[in-house]
Design a protein around this ligand. Sequence first.
Ligand code: OAD
Ligand code: ZN
Length: 262
Amino acid sequence: MKFADRRFGNPASSQSYVVRVLVLTGAGVSAESGIPTFRGKAGYWRHIDPTKLATPEAFARDPQLVWDWYRERRQGIRNARPNAAHAAIARLAQCTDDFLLVTQNVDDLHARAGVAAEKMVKIHGDIFVTRCSHSEFCRRDYDQEHEHEHEVRIPTCSKCGAFMRPGVVWFGEQLPRNELERVEKFLDSGACDVVIVAGTTATFGYIIDWALRGSRDGGKLIEVNPEETPLSRFATRLVREPAAIALPPIVDELVGSRSSIL
Ligand code: OAD
Ligand code: ZN
């Protein structure tokens, strides 16, 4: 099949062809759902820089403080709703044959907007998971009731007694092996027609690396971010708008017309 013959479409229909899309998201995509980003003044919590709380050192020094921060964030996320950016990405996932979303967000808004688990990699973990800091034991703490029980103290592991910690990746920690392998497998199995990078400062080298590897062979690299990032100079298209405004028309364009994207 020639590249120009490919198109987006409903995978269930006989008209759909293989189109590969990679989407990389960060905190900016959830900003319009009222969830603060990490960097920038708005991200500060009790006058503390969040990038100083999301560390193993902060947890070792003051686990109660770190838990207070995560509990407050969990509550904020439970109360939040997916926005138009999450909805647009979910639509794109449905209309693309070969799709992967790699999100750095630990919230569940992409899932609630309808992106299936097998099309999404949560590379920095899941805020609703509570896991032992020593053993493999972990559980999912989505229920408000459950959360309430532990509200004022640091949860401990029922297997080994050690402190439990949020199931997220902190600075200086390894990325989860399984999730990493899923990203590598997707990238190894072919170049993408389109890579969209939305709402991330692209601070981490692996985000830049994945965006560039995904768009090798002439794929489009679209950045959606009101501000410049280290990835901007590589983008084939820069959209300096909030994600909830920018993404719906971009997805319409990608899904609706073969000539505009390919
Ligand atoms: P940041 O807080 O670093 O960056 C948010 C980005 O979103 C910035 O580039 C903003 O310009 C942009 N932004 C803000 N509002 C936006 C909007 N409405 N629409 C689109 N973009 C908007 O968040 P991340 O890049 O996700 O990791 O941070 C990466 C990682 O660093 C996080 O996953 C977390 C953090 O420390 C760990 O905890 C390991
Ligand atoms: Zn344990």
